[in-house]
Design a protein around this ligand. Structure first.
Ligand SMILES: Nc1ncnc2c1ncn2[C@@H]1O[C@H](COP(=O)(O)OP(=O)(O)O)[C@@H](O)[C@H]1O
Ligand SMILES: [Mg+2]
Length: 511
């Protein structure tokens, strides 16, 4: 038995934010040469705990030991000096500079003032050791997100990180890039590094981690359990505090007429950069079409163009026979287009209004909810109480402000409102992002029931598993272009991953 050496020990860490106890007496230890996964739902306190370890935040209570010595980090610089480096969810690279420049950025130590060529060589050597392919002379903006992540890892290795903390590193990657990342992580282990792998994805954690610590509401619910023996169901239960089933039942439905036809649409994003390039897609009644893509490849803009929230510079958006491109959101609503938006708090709801007002927002022009300009309060109360029960929205009453609802309950409220309008087409964008597993089941159930009723559904999601389990057809999107489509039954992660990385379907064999 090799001796167990703790690279890091955190004891009794307490970290508060206004109104939130983000870490409540958390213990965590990282052994030398292991991948220790930190698992938990959104908001569980994972990033906070690791930001404390990486010197970004100062804990109010608790102690940290590195290699058995007590440390007190005042900044990330202190942490990296002790061999601890963190790669954040949002990369911190300078787009206009080269890979090499970014790697040495901020290093003031004169021994690092090597000529650039020598630096490139040193970086190439690191790349070779760890399988981190990227051109040292390339500018950051020229790189894919996966390559940028490699630069972040190189930067930390260059600074001598022995412990690498990665905060949800796979969220921005294609399945192939995830595999490549795992190869790199394994080669780091063989060279004596230790890794904290933050994730909310059970399958990944089981694939890469030696041990798992689970956080729920800032507290540890499982401390360093062996990943191998833990089942998905056990880990899910520790994460959400109750039993979770992982089955999605999709009954056969015969697809009907084309409800949505997006034809050669071009649109720009908020920065004026082309986001959709002659993009086309069709969705029929009674089918769910999933869009698979790495975040930022035009998915958000597509949903906005269809729902009237964004202009397009070419192409048509035909809903039930009418072109509604470049009209306002009301013309989509009139054609029974329901929108489950990415931004639940601002686009999807009015945080300052009551749950009840949010529930009837779409029907306020119609009787019996209103007569002329007069709202019929008793009818509204009745209807919203009914929806609260039917959609299982946990709230003390329908009078509470929407902003006080949890993410899952707010999402159920948005669905309840959108579904009561009798949609013919649903544009669902990241419908389960950040929700707990129970709410995810509820939301997916609503979409599947609508499909059986003959509603056409466009599902935009970064969760590939969700796309695979709900969709009838899957379309790949890359840099605003349609990369081809697969029927769900024949789709494999590899094929979807190729489309997500920019290989049009059909080209895979000819590369
Ligand atoms: N800088 C901050 N200011 C205020 N509240 C924060 C801050 N960072 C995190 N929180 C809150 O602390 C809790 C834990 O957040 P976080 O550590 O980011 O969770 P996780 O990484 O597990 O999703 C959440 O309730 C979050 O809203
Ligand atoms: Mg986080």
């Amino acid at each position: 038995m090799p001796e167990i050496v703790n690279a890091v020990e955190m004891r009794g860490i307490v970290k508060r934010f206004p109104g939130v106890l983000a870490n409540d007496h958390v213990d965590f230890d990282l052994r030398q040469g292991e991948v220790h996964a930190l698992l938990g739902e959104n908001g569980a306190g994972k990033s906070t705990l690791m930001n404390v370890l990486a010197g970004m935040y100062k804990a109010e209570e608790g102690t940290i030991f590195v290699d058995g010595k007590r440390v007190n980090f005042g900044s990330p610089r202190d942490a990296i000096a002790a061999g601890i480096g963190m790669i954040h969810q949002h990369f911190m690279l300078v787009p206009s500079q080269t890979v090499t420049e970014n790697i040495i950025l901020g290093l003031s130590d004169p021994r690092f003032f090597l000529p650039l060529d020598a630096l490139d060589k040193k970086i190439l050597a690191l790349q070779e050791q760890y399988g981190l392919k990227v051109d040292p002379k390339a500018k950051i903006w020229q790189l894919s997100v996966g390559e940028q992540q490699r630069v972040e890892i190189l930067k930390m290795l260059y600074r001598g990180a022995k412990v690498l903390i990665m905060d949800e590193p796979t969220a921005v990657l294609t399945p192939q890039e995830v595999d490549e990342l795992f190869v790199t992580l394994r080669s780091m282990l063989t060279r004596g590094h230790s890794i904290v792998f933050i994730s909310h994805k059970l399958d990944e954690v089981r694939a890469i981690a030696n041990r798992v610590t689970v956080l729920r509401h800032g507290k540890v619910t499982a401390a360093g359990v062996t990943a191998k023996g833990a089942t998905k169901a056990q880990l899910a239960q520790l994460m959400v505090g109750r039993e979770v089933l992982f089955t999605v039942k999709r009954n056969p439905v015969k697809a009907g007429d084309v409800v949505l036809s997006v034809e050669n649409v071009c649109a720009e994003n908020d920065r004026g950069v082309p986001a959709l390039r002659e993009f086309g897609i069709q969705v029929r009644a009674g089918e769910i079409v999933g869009i698979a893509g790495v975040a930022g490849n035009g998915q958000s803009e597509l949903a906005q163009v269809i729902t009237g929230l964004r202009k397009c510079s070419c192409g048509r958006v035909v809903v039930a026979g009418d072109d509604i491109a470049n009209q306002d959101p009301r013309s989509a609503i009139r054609r029974h287009v329901a929108h489950v938006p990415e931004d639940r708090h601002h686009v999807g709801s009015s945080p300052g209004l009551s749950l009840s007002d949010n529930l009837i927002m779409k029907s306020y022009r119609e009787s019996p909810v209103s007569r002329g300009w007069v709202l019929n309060r008793p009818v509204i109360r009745n209807q919203s109480n009914h929806l609260k029960n039917e959609y299982d929205i946990a709230a003390p009453s329908v009078d509470v402000q929407a902003r006080l609802l949890s993410g899952g309950n707010l999402q159920k409220a948005i669905l309840a409102r959108e579904m009561t309008a009798g949609p013919k087409l649903i544009i669902a964008v990241q419908p389960t992002r950040g929700l707990d597993v129970g709410a995810i089941e509820a939301v997916q159930g609503v979409l599947l029931r609508e499909r059986e009723k003959g509603t056409a559904i466009l599902l935009i999601s970064e969760e590939l598993e969700e796309i695979l389990s709900l969709s009838d057809r899957i379309v790949g999107i890359y840099e605003g272009r349609n990369m081809g489509e697969l029927r769900a039954e024949e789709a494999t992660l590899t094929e979807i991953g190729l489309m997500m990385a920019g290989t049009p379907r059909g080209d895979a064999g000819t590369r």
